[in-house]
Design a binder for this molecule. Structure first.
Ligand code: ARG
Length: 408
């Protein structure tokens, strides 16, 4: 084991350090009319969501995982005043505010908080009622008079899996598919450029790229093989760009498997239909099993990128590329299409592996959890009434920073 800041060479190696965000007041800035744009289907009850999230963090800690929180890492990253001022300006601009008067008011407002509270405030969003001098001034303000926010909340931040991803000893900072989530990646920018611990991290992709990729689509199958979903959120061009950078001498990866999944909200990311839970075991939504297209990106002997197509069952393709004689695909929802659909909607396949054969799962997906147990997987069950309303499970709510390498 090396002492690099980031070390993630598998989906299943013993988890040592993980990044979370405890949901905050941003959830109380959700309103029914804007849910779709903010990628929610319902409004979670914050108090219970936080209790559930604390239980998630406790399970991790009890199992020897160091838990760090996004807001703390960002606060550390902006400790120098000039960095902080630049961060505030970028944040305001990316929130869509271009007008000088408003920018000045907000600059002043943000600076009235301590660094950490300022970051929590940025996440929460700003209501028009909370800044005393915020008055209607220009024509646009009059026309948008009914809109209650100066700056929108960022309710998806507790899904720390998506705005960036850790791959090997480096990271990818993402260009997100939606405007609302694209704002989240500014935090990652400051962590990977300015944080004492993380500023040397190699970046395999950056937020300034044109094509979207999200962390729920990025799975580290082993130290040489990365799987990336081609999904509603991740564009094939982004995967090619990533391949060009990742498949170099600087990294241990030599292959990307680009897995084509349905482009629909229920299957928004690869990790909503497929996660790895042991050396040879995966959870899988039953609809994904047969006849899937996987594109293999690798370099030939001259260093030129080549792409080949594999078609068939995911089972056979995984066996071939992971060099396994047998693999076990554990069906989300067991054999019932109804249970499968319901539990997949509530992230039954979205398990967080904390060691080979050991996962954290949502309590509500009891059918899938039982199947996992019958297959010999140890399940740590967490409460899930409110967190699940954001359409993400334990894997989506966590970004591994350090995993132990597996014995080869
Ligand atoms: N890795 C994941 N599956 N993340 C789930 C994210 C859910 C979030 N509401 C979104 O739509 O973006």
């Amino acid at each position: 084991m090396n002492n690099l800041a980031i070390n993630v060479n598998s989906e299943i190696g013993k988890l040592k350090k993980v990044l979370l965000h405890r949901p905050g007041k941003e959830l109380e800035n959700l309103m029914p009319e804007y849910l779709e744009r903010l990628l929610f289907d319902d409004i979670p009850y914050l108090k219970i969501a936080q209790e559930e999230h604390d239980e998630f963090a406790n399970i991790l800690r009890k199992n020897g995982v160091e838990v760090v929180y996004l807001e703390d890492l960002v606060a550390e990253s902006i400790s120098k005043n000039d960095v902080k001022l630049q961060f505030i300006d970028e944040f305001i601009e990316e929130a869509g505010i271009k007008e000088d008067r408003e920018t000045n008011l907000l600059r002043e407002y943000f600076q009235s908080f301590s660094n950490k509270d300022m970051i929590l405030k940025m996440m929460e969003g700003i209501r028009k009622t909370e800044i005393k001098d915020y008055k209607l001034k220009n024509l646009t303000d009059y026309l948008n008079n009914d809109y209650p926010f100066i700056i929108d909340p960022m309710p998806n931040l507790y899904f720390t899996r998506d705005p960036f991803a850790t791959v090997g000893n480096g990271a990818t900072i993402h260009k997100m598919h939606t405007v609302t989530r694209n704002r989240e990646t500014l935090f990652a920018k400051y962590i990977f450029n300015c944080n004492q611990t993380y500023k040397e991290t190699k970046l395999w992709y950056d937020r300034s790229e044109d094509f979207s990729i999200e962390g729920g689509d990025v799975l580290v199958l082993n130290e040489k093989t990365l799987a990336v979903g081609i999904s509603q959120r991740t564009h094939p061009n982004a995967i090619e760009k990533l391949a060009n950078k990742l498949l170099t001498e600087d990294s241990n990866f030599d292959k990307i498997l680009a897995i084509d999944i349905p482009k629909q909200r229920t299957f928004m990311h690869l990790d909503t239909v497929f996660t790895m839970v042991d050396y040879d075991k995966f959870t899988m939504h039953p609809n994904i099993k047969n006849d899937i297209s996987v594109y293999v990106l690798e370099r030939d002997n001259n260093g030129k990128m080549i792409i080949s197509e594999e078609q068939g069952s995911l089972e056979d393709i995984l066996k071939k590329y992971l060099n396994l004689d047998k693999i076990n695909l554990i069906k989300c929802g067991g054999n019932s299409i109804i249970d499968a659909a319901r539990e997949q909607w509530n992230d039954g396949s979205n398990t967080l592996c904390i060691a080979p054969g050991e996962v954290i799962v949502y309590s509500r997906n009891y059918v899938t959890n039982q199947v996992l147990q019958e297959e010999g997987i140890k399940t740590h069950v967490m409460p899930s009434s409110e967190l699940s309303r954001g359409r993400g499970g334990p894997r989506c709510m966590s970004m591994p920073l350090i995993r132990e390498d597996l014995n080869k």
